[in-house]
Design a protein around this ligand. Structure first.
Ligand SMILES: [Zn+2]
Length: 469
């Protein structure tokens, strides 16, 4: 008779989340995320470190980010045929994210195959999974809305609570009962969001838990307040318009782009920015936006008040345009006068954003607006660090455009916000807090901070180590 917890990813690191709750040996996997980072390293880990599908009795997905859902198709490919529990919006968004990954991998395979053939080399690299595997995984989803307790077998009952991180994101309140009748409740936060984010609701409190599995992405950092985002965005736009310049925003396709569109809609309605064309230039962002439109059950009260009651679409207005085709995208280079272009990739490493940057970086009237995390060694990071010269597609460009950064957009709670949320919980009931999803420095600081607030028993989860609950 046993109830145990261990992690096979996302322990002492931020990507590759895979946490396993075992009840009398039956294993329930919470998230099956991809490792991200340096390509070869990430790929080798993704290939090697997927739990044995035979050993799993169920899978739960907290939200649709790639580092949480990215390896579900590989699990399906290797023979997992059980259920994947998620909210309806998470199922839909994860479908786009997994399919995008399969498409990128098949394009890479084709490209690398051709390169190898040119050199007369044998090519053996295989994608981790393809579109068929994504479709198999999609067929295994069982959707469960927020606040609908659901027995999932093997002595486990789950209930989703809103994590306030991205559309459909959930915390999993888990009730486990072993054969001896012993009962334990565990709260998995998944990625914990922030209060006052646009579109989505604030993170909810969880019911009383014996154990909490808590994320610590920003365990050592404090963010700008979410409330400042609108004012800062208006200023960047008006400054650029005064210079008759364009604004290019590298943005992740899911959540960040829809937030920007929503903010621009509000600023436009309040006449705080002039009527200039706003373009969303990313096929994945366009697909994701259509998913946002069909999930009003995830919206917060502001969006209901402002838009739903007035039958307005919060993600569409007069000066907003979407460009799905490559021809449309190229045409944006000929736009005369001020315009806003939101495009992917979020870190400027690939995709259409690079073409836009080539056209605008050398003109000091223009602005590049950074709204997300830029990892080391990426073009986005070099722009953020205002390096004088940038290499894009093999050519050198001088960076003369203005570079602005708004940090208020983060989707993860910082350490103070984590503590603010924890105070909504029954802290006396919690026997132990397990920390996951953070770099070692963040985990250490989050742990020290919580201890300073009186939380006594904290365990930073170590990869593969088993903890009896
Ligand atoms: Zn996330």
């Amino acid at each position: 008779m046993s109830i145990r917890l261990h992690s096979e990813g996302g322990a002492g690191e931020v990507t590759g989340s895979k946490h396993i709750l075992s009840v009398d040996g039956a294993r329930c996997l919470v998230d099956c995320g991809a490792y991200q980072g340096k390509r070869e390293v990430a790929e080798a880990k993704n290939r090697a470190l997927v739990p044995d599908p035979e050993s799993l009795s169920s899978v739960i997905l907290t939200h649709a980010h790639f580092d949480h859902c990215g390896m579900l198709p590989l699990l399906a490919k290797r023979g997992y045929r059980g259920n994947i529990y998620a909210t309806p919006a998470t199922r839909d968004l994860a479908g786009i994210v997994m399919m995008d990954s399969a498409a990128i991998q098949s394009r890479d395979a084709e490209y690398l195959g051709k390169q190898a053939a040119k050199k007369g080399q044998k090519f053996t690299w295989q994608p981790l999974y393809d579109e068929e595997d994504v479709i198999t995984a999609q067929g295994q989803f069982v959707t469960v809305s927020y606040h609908r307790p659901m027995p999932i077998g093997d002595g486990i009952k789950i209930e989703f609570f809103d994590a306030g991180h991205i559309l459909g994101s959930s915390m999993v309140y888990t009730h486990a009962r072993d054969r001896s009748g012993r009962e334990v409740t565990i709260g998995f936060t998944g990625d914990l969001g922030r209060k006052n984010k646009p579109i989505i609701r604030d993170p909810e409190p969880l019911p009383p838990c014996d154990y909490l599995v808590l994320e610590a992405t920003y365990g050592d950092r404090l963010h700008e307040s979410v409330d400042e985002a609108l004012d800062l965005l208006a200023k960047v736009v008006n400054d650029a318009v005064a210079r008759n310049g364009k604004i290019i925003i590298p943005s992740f396709a899911i959540e960040r782009t829809q937030e920007l569109v929503y903010y621009f809609h509000v600023l436009h309605d309040q006449k705080r920015i002039p009527e200039i064309p706003i373009w969303v230039d990313s096929p994945m962002a366009i697909n994701a936006t259509s998913i946002f439109q069909i999930h009003p059950e995830c919206y917060d009260s502001d969006i209901h008040e402002a838009f739903i009651k007035h039958h307005e679409n919060p993600f569409g207005f007069n000066s907003l345009h979407f460009s799905a085709s490559v021809t449309d995208s190229k045409r944006l280079n000929d736009l005369k006068g001020p315009a806003i272009i939101i495009s992917a990739d979020g870190m400027c490493e690939a995709g259409r954003i690079q073409h836009h940057l080539m056209h605008i970086v050398e003109d000091e009237r223009n602005t590049i607006l950074i709204v997300g995390f830029m990892a080391e060694h990426t073009l986005g990071r070099r722009i953020r660090d205002r390096e004088k010269e940038l290499r894009i597609h093999g050519d050198i460009y001088r960076l003369k455009a203005h570079v602005e950064e708004i940090k208020a957009f983060s989707a993860h709670a910082d350490y103070q916000e984590v503590w603010d949320w924890m105070q909504l919980l029954d802290l006396a009931r919690i026997k132990k807090v397990f920390l996951v999803h953070g770099e070692p420095k963040s985990l250490q600081h989050q742990s020290d901070f919580l201890r300073s607030k009186g939380v006594k028993d904290i365990q930073v989860i170590r990869y593969g180590e088993r903890y009896d609950l």
